[in-house]
Design a protein around this ligand. Structure first.
Ligand SMILES: C=C1C[C@]23C[C@H]1CC[C@H]2[C@]1(C)CCC[C@@](C)(C(=O)O)[C@H]1[C@@H]3C(=O)O
Ligand SMILES: O=C(O)CCC(=O)C(=O)O
Ligand SMILES: [Fe+2]
Length: 404
């Protein structure tokens, strides 16, 4: 995308400042956080946030302050997650010995905390760079331009500033751009169509880049699904076939610098409700994983993808693999960006583990459910956090009770 052309069409930028607006009735009933330190008492305009204005303030608005128990102990130097790098080269070549070695690393990591990293993944490094460049260009646009892609009520896709259109406190210190991906109909490039229809001709190249990026993510996802099946000792096609008509979510995360990083969070502690996340972070650092009762930082590796197990795959593994608890912290000086591809099954597919994992005395850990039920739950009733799945199952079972 030629950024100058994008800015040349920029409308005269209306001064979109924080405005005192009636707080929206969000689906989340927030409890205002009692937090230490002076706060800027500005009502967040749910339609937009002027980050350049925000960053000039000495204190962050109260709605961005998280409860003490959620906050990073900024004073402690973060211990790094010592995570094996799973080399996929041998697996891609069909080398059985290398495949078994990779599967064993995956099994150990996923049985404990659902997180590993992969190298020699086969994704073109230039495509990854392009995806980062276009993400940078988009988030650097004037607010009025970004708002042309803003999430409309009822739609999961589009631009959001701090999810201020959904939540009224514990706002994440981030901007996001989310869109859907599937490759069932080869005649349609869903991502290209999304960018062209939402943002116009100037974003055709961006659409092409993210279409190619999502196609690469899909290929890698299916390869990892085969490796996960091997590591679990089940039919190596089971998960690949389950996800062949996947309807996935692509999300660009942009975390501006924050003047009070010890009071804010870029993304609060959570397990992804989805199945598998393939994340590429820039070189700034800020991703943390909860392991052995500790928050550990994940050092950025340019040639690696972060892979984490989500709630839906935990159910697909009958609880053998753990949904990874993670978060993103922010810092005072450097913006941070990450590309997150969330693999999701087709909405109406019943999430059920392969029979090999439910043999004999092994009971089912979770009832049957569909991804559309879980997605609806996170969009309408429950803000995804570290306990989404158990709360979802309670909600699902109670909604099925005959007297409901
Ligand atoms: C299905 C999804 C919901 C979220 C995006 C994908 C997978 C991760 C989820 C999320 C990032 C978990 C933390 C809270 C959340 C609201 C966020 O900070 O963005 C979640 C996403 C969402 O609901 O939009
Ligand atoms: O930005 C990151 O490093 C993590 C983002 C994340 O966990 C998410 O978007 O689900
Ligand atoms: Fe996540």
């Amino acid at each position: 995308m030629d950024c100058s052309s994008a800015t040349s069409t920029t409308l005269s930028r209306p001064l979109l400042l924080l405005a005192d607006l009636q707080d929206h009735d969000h689906h989340e009933k927030d409890h205002n956080n009692e937090s230490s330190g002076t706060t800027t008492n500005i009502n967040i305009n749910p339609l937009t946030i002027d980050w350049s204005f925000l960053q000039k303030q000495k204190h962050i608005p109260k709605d961005f302050i998280w409860p003490k128990g959620d906050l990073p102990l900024i004073t402690s130097a973060k211990e790094e997650l010592r995570e094996p790098l799973v080399d996929l080269e041998g697996f891609f070549k069909g080398d059985e010995m290398a495949t078994r070695a990779a599967a064993e690393l995956v099994r150990q990591a996923c049985s404990s905390h659902g997180f590993f990293q992969v190298i020699n993944h086969g994704v073109d490094p230039h495509l990854i760079d392009l995806a980062h460049q276009h993400m940078e260009s988009f988030f650097k646009l004037p607010t009025s331009e970004k708002l042309r892609a803003r999430k409309m009520p009822g739609s999961p896709w589009g631009y959001s500033a701090a999810h201020a259109e959904r939540f009224s406190s514990r706002l994440p210190w981030k901007e996001t751009l989310s869109f859907g991906f599937h490759d069932q109909d080869c005649s349609v490039s869903v991502v290209e169509d999304y960018f062209s229809s939402t943002l116009g001709k100037d974003f055709e190249q961006t659409g092409m880049v993210y279409q190619m990026y999502c196609e690469a993510m899909m290929r890698l996802s299916l390869a990892i699904m085969e490796l996960l099946a091997i590591s679990l000792g089940v039919d190596r096609k089971y998960y690949k076939e389950f996800f062949e008509d996947a309807r996935s979510i692509m999300r660009c995360n942009y975390y501006p610098p924050c003047m009070q990083p010890n009071l804010a969070l870029g993304t609060g502690a959570h397990c992804d409700p989805t199945s598998l996340t393939i994340l590429h972070q820039d070189q700034v650092g800020g991703l943390e994983v909860f392991q052995n009762d500790n928050w550990l930082s994940v050092p950025p590796l340019k040639n690696a993808f972060v892979i984490n197990i989500g709630d839906t795959f935990m159910a697909l593994s009958n609880g053998k693999y753990k949904s990874c608890l993670h978060r993103a912290v922010v810092n005072r000086y450097k913006e941070r960006k990450s590309l997150a591809f969330f693999l999701c099954p087709k909405e109406d597919k019943v999430v059920r583990p392969p029979h090999e994992l439910v043999l004999g005395e092994q009971t089912r850990m979770y009832p049957d459910f569909t991804w559309s039920d879980l997605l609806h739950f996170t969009r309408s009733f429950y803000r995804a956090d570290s306990a989404t799945l158990p709360n979802f199952i309670s909600w699902l079972l109670s909604s099925k009770k005959p007297n409901n």
